[in-house]
Write a protein that binds this ligand. Sequence first.
Ligand code: TYD
Ligand code: MG
Length: 475
Amino acid sequence: MARATTTFVCQSCGASYGRWQGKCESCGAWNTIAEESVAATGIGGAPSKGAARGGKTRGRAFVLAGLDGVNDDAPRTETQVGELDRVFGGGLVKGSVILIGGDPGIGKSTLLIQASARLARMGHRVVYISGEEAVGQVRLRAERLALTASPVELAAETNVEDIVATLTEGPPPRLVVIDSIQTMWTDTVESAPGTVSQVRSAAQILIRYAKKSGAAVILVGHVTKDGQIAGPRVVEHMVDAVMSFEGEGGHHFRILRAVKNRFGPTDEIGVFEMTGKGLREVPNPSELFLAGRDLGAPGTAVFAGMEGTRPVLVEIQALVAPSTLGTPRRAVVGWDPARLSMVLAVLDAHCGVRLGSHDVYLNVAGGLRIAEPAADLAVAAALVSSLTGAVLPADAVYFGEVSLSGAVRPVAQAAARLKEAKKLGFTKAVVPEIARGESSEPGLATQAVTNLSTLVADIAASGVARERPKAAAGE
Ligand code: TYD
Ligand code: MG
């Protein structure tokens, strides 16, 4: 029974309407609603009751289970790409479906062909389906990466029914890579590949295949201009894990971040460096983010941060300069602009640091994005250092959350942060009061600050005053 029904679906958020309209009421986007017809087979659109079960409308009773039953542990296969396994939560889970999104050219295909090759070399069956490139192009990349000897099975296909039929022949693969989900299409939906209903139905078929066969399936997803994975958000809800592969333009390193993960943590990151021979794992990102530090310059502070379970040291750079504009500029790369406004307000209200007529630029070196409030103290230190021209000690790290009252609040995992700082040769840490007790890091002197104003006074007084190109600004 393939009675076709026509719906109007927003290509941006996936909301569906009975008739066409100019604006999507669900997401507010204009001109995104397109006509799509869905064959009433139960895939993609609303399931037509009974049709899929041959007219049977009465349900079948099933057995309910308790929470305390014995459970097979989620069987995982390590890809041997350590940074990838870390983000996955210890390896690929059998039957799981992972969506990896990222800007074009960021290295998604490179990462996945490298991981596929590793797995295949360990004797697992791995199938790589490219909907974007011809087999020859994939081979060329593999040649460049010196992976041609790995027994990965390749195909350039876009029809999901054909793909599933091919995969069901032979033993179930350990990993199937679909590059990308936007190029896949199914016979059951009449609209063009890449439209909401095609992407949703194709994903649904592939997910069903993964659950049935036990193969892990990785779907590559395109992202839109504002960084969302293109296509309906529903695909994000359907899969077990959503990862985003990011990198700043001009930088060589790439960060794999879990946005959602049913089988692991979401705050771990995997760090890679794009080289002429593909992606290289970076097991110690602090060294990378601190490389090429400008030691004698004011306006830089090293922040001892945490990314998941791993401490990461990164340089925070601030530039404060008198503004010629009525409304001074505030530009932030790698941190939350609202958080910067807050730190500026606290500096103004409680520490007498007036930046109302200064442009403020803040940059997290190396293209890392920090979400932790623990960076407040390092940001404040960098700002004051830039304003006063006092260079902060090169061997000091900073961490601590600043509250609106100007108090410096303790943050989690102080010991791990201090340990990493020690490991990288730092000898001093400026930390919140409580963290001092936690620290048992021999060889690392801690200076506890309870209030931001103490730190500001310290920097102004004891910082190594440097000649400034311009007359002393501010204060
Ligand atoms: P690709 O994996 O094709 O990106 P995506 O699938 O996310 O679109 O990566 C393409 C970019 O990576 C391209 O700009 C060239 C660069 N690259 C290298 O720098 N070194 C390499 O070894 C490879 C294979 C690609
Ligand atoms: Mg690609």
